[in-house]
Design a protein around this ligand. Structure first.
Ligand SMILES: Cc1cc2nc3c(=O)[nH]c(=O)nc-3n(C[C@H](O)[C@H](O)[C@H](O)COP(=O)(O)O)c2cc1C
Length: 290
């Protein structure tokens, strides 16, 4: 894909989120099935409640990750900086979107730089599996270092690729790439999906090759497969593969045995609580918070 296409797509994603309903309505996350049980005898003072957690060796005030969305254009740079400023203020984690644009054109690197506005909170780099394979594990590590990231998020997006005319069609060799990344990055690696979720089976295999942090997500949040479907009609099969957030999350967390972040419409407060009860260490937010 050309540099212009990558940058244009990132801006059109921002437009879609601002103007269209990008969350599939027809499928439930099943978070509503997770019961929040009332405790009649809390034996604590609300003032003492500490929602803080730890991620990649740093303390967060709230268990929340503003997850990777954008970069590569001037507009994306503003979004990254605004969100990173908020992340710093509230001491939550912030992830940049795919750094593919800065691989294709080094002049786009500043659009991913947020350390001056988020000097201490957790910042995550981001790259897709396919680009990681081309770059090599050392190159991925350098990508993170270039923006002062605490860890790299590796995104898997086979479903999304299938909905794009110029998208990838050959998904072989992925686990070998991840195994190399584990060697190079150790526990500074987070494996995530981009909206379709990571099934327990895949989570188990990832853990078996050494991955420590998995974003256990599922259907319910932003779905680019749905957007692909909206723009092109042939992706119904891909959409059918998405699993509800709570199901993927709960079983994924169990499979991974590592309390990573969860997404899948977990931006809503009650759903965030349900994700936490299901075992997630934090919840992701991409898109608006209702
Ligand atoms: C505008 C937008 C752009 C995104 N771009 C990326 C990206 O570059 N890399 C990535 O890993 N995920 C990307 N995502 C996916 C999110 O990081 C997240 O995994 C997904 O939206 C599910 O989270 P949600 O349930 O809070 O929507 C993007 C999401 C949005 C809304």
């Amino acid at each position: 894909m050309g540099e212009e296409t990558t940058a244009r797509r990132k801006d059109s994603h921002l437009d879609l989120c601002a103007s269209a309903e990008v969350e599939p309505a027809q499928n439930s996350t099943l978070f509503e099935c997770v019961q929040l049980v009332h405790c009649a005898m809390p034996e604590l003072s609300l003032d003492e409640l500490d929602l803080g957690t730890e991620l990649f060796g740093k303390k967060l005030r709230y268990p929340m990750v503003i997850t990777g969305m954008t970069g590569g254009t001037d507009r994306a740079a503003r979004v990254n900086r605004d969100l990173a400023t908020l992340a710093q203020k509230y001491q939550v984690a912030f992830g940049v979107g795919s750094q593919r644009a800065m691989i294709e054109d080094a002049r786009r690197a500043p659009t991913f730089q947020v350390r001056d506005v988020a000097p201490t909170t957790v910042v995550l780099g981001n790259i897709g599996l396919r680009q990681a394979a081309a770059l090599g594990a050392g190159g991925v590590r350098k990508l993170g270092e270039a923006i002062g990231a605490d860890a790299m998020a590796l995104h898997l997006n086979a479903g999304q690729e299938l909905t794009q005319p110029e998208g990838d069609r050959d998904f072989r060799g992925g686990y070998a790439v991840v195994a190399d990344l584990v060697q190079a990055l150790g526990d500074r690696l987070l494996v995530k999906e981009t909206g379709c979720g990571i099934s327990p089976e895949v989570a188990r295999r990832l853990v078996a090759i050494g991955v420590r942090q998995i974003d256990v997500s599922g259907l319910g949040g932003t779905s680019w497969v749905r957007e692909g479907d909206r723009l092109r009609r042939h992706s119904r099969r891909a959409r059918a593969c998405q699993g509800p957030g709570a199901r993927s999350g709960r079983r994924g967390i169990g499979a991974a045995a590592v309390p990573g972040p969860a997404s899948g419409r977990s931006g809503r407060g009650r759903d965030r609580a349900a994700a936490g009860i299901s075992g997630a260490g934090a919840s992701n937010v991409a898109h608006r918070v209702p």
